[in-house]
Design a protein around this ligand. Structure first.
Ligand code: SF4
Length: 306
């Protein structure tokens, strides 16, 4: 504990000296929260990355998030403790597979979940996050969209926007897709008073039985507002700690479904990364400028429609 305190102080001092900012995803280990300047879901972190005037962005999350920060800040140094912290869902969609899908559906706009590689974003028309996917798809002209890479989020969006045909790629997040109706039956039996709150990366059979479907940051707001004291949280297990900190008066339960890539970082590796100013995240200039357009198209929709 004393070691943690010393490291926290050292990291805070280095951040000041180097004019660095630490962005951390909600699924990070709780010790990372103690040194982060901003903690949130992909949307919140994209917005913070876009606004920051720091010289260095240290990203505590997985590679597609750090790449996004890099695309939004081509002149800043974006660093990560582990360059190999990846996302199984993002890895499911190759650029070739996306091109094949586009060829099969010529002229249909491509909406790409931010959990994707920079190359895939560059080949897309719009980006979205789990917090704004429904609004992005609703606002696009036309009656069809290609939605990649998450089939579960695509299905959820399609049910919220029935006027459009949402054609999905068959990717998924293994951490969310493992949750099924049997788990829910057990949860309901064990915690009968708990409300079920689910991330839209979960399967349809889970989302249909949830009391609320939200992005991770949306979950914090929802549990603050909902008239209930106990919640069963259907997302990556790290979210439980985040909710306990943000809403201390309520009780949270969940599963042991961990995203190991999200848990690679700890205080030691963050300190080392800041001290070395690396490893540095790099995105090819041409790819970054094309990917930026799909991100800007997402921001434009959000700005136009509040
Ligand atoms: S929880 Fe799933 S979607 Fe999120 S980083 Fe891990 S594998 Fe990717």
């Amino acid at each position: 504990m004393a070691e943690h305190k010393i490291l926290i102080e050292k990291i805070k001092k280095l951040k000041k000296q180097k004019n660095a900012v630490i962005l951390a995803h909600n699924y990070q280990r709780p010790e990372i929260y103690d040194v982060a300047d901003f903690i949130g879901d992909s949307l919140k972190l994209c917005l913070e990355a876009r606004e920051t005037d720091a010289d260095i962005i240290l990203f505590c999350g997985v590679s597609f998030m750090a790449e996004t920060a890099c695309i939004l800040n081509p002149d800043k140094k974006v660093i990560v403790p582990f360059i190999d912290a990846g996302c199984a869902m993002a890895d499911m969609l190759s650029i070739e597979a996306l091109r094949k899908m586009k060829k099969a559906h010529p002229g249909v706009p491509v909406v790409t979940y931010v959990n994707s590689s920079a190359e895939v974003k560059a080949e897309s028309d719009y980006c979205c996050t789990s917090a704004n996917a429904v609004e992005v798809v609703r606002r696009i002209e036309g009656d069809k969209v290609l939605f990649v890479p998450d089939r579960n989020l695509a299905g959820y969006v399609g049910r919220q926007v029935p006027e459009k045909k949402v054609i999905a790629f068959d990717g998924y997040c293994p951490v969310h897709d493992m949750i099924n109706a049997e788990y829910l039956d057990d949860a309901i039996k064990t915690y009968p008073s708990a409300k079920l709150i689910a991330h839209p990366e979960c399967r349809q059979e889970v989302l249909e039985r949830a009391d609320a479907v939200r992005s991770t940051s949306g979950m914090i707001k929802a549990v603050q507002e909902m008239d209930a004291e106990e919640f069963f949280v259907l997302t990556e297990c790290g979210m439980i700690e985040r909710l306990k900190r943000e809403v201390p008066g309520k009780k949270f339960y969940g599963l042991c479904n961990m995203c190991f890539d999200m848990k690679k970082n700890n205080l030691e590796s963050v300190f080392r990364c800041l001290e070395d100013e690396g490893p540095k995240v790099k995105v090819d200039k041409n790819v970054a400028s094309k990917a930026l357009l799909s991100l800007e198209n997402m921001f434009d929709i959000m700005e136009d429609h509040g």
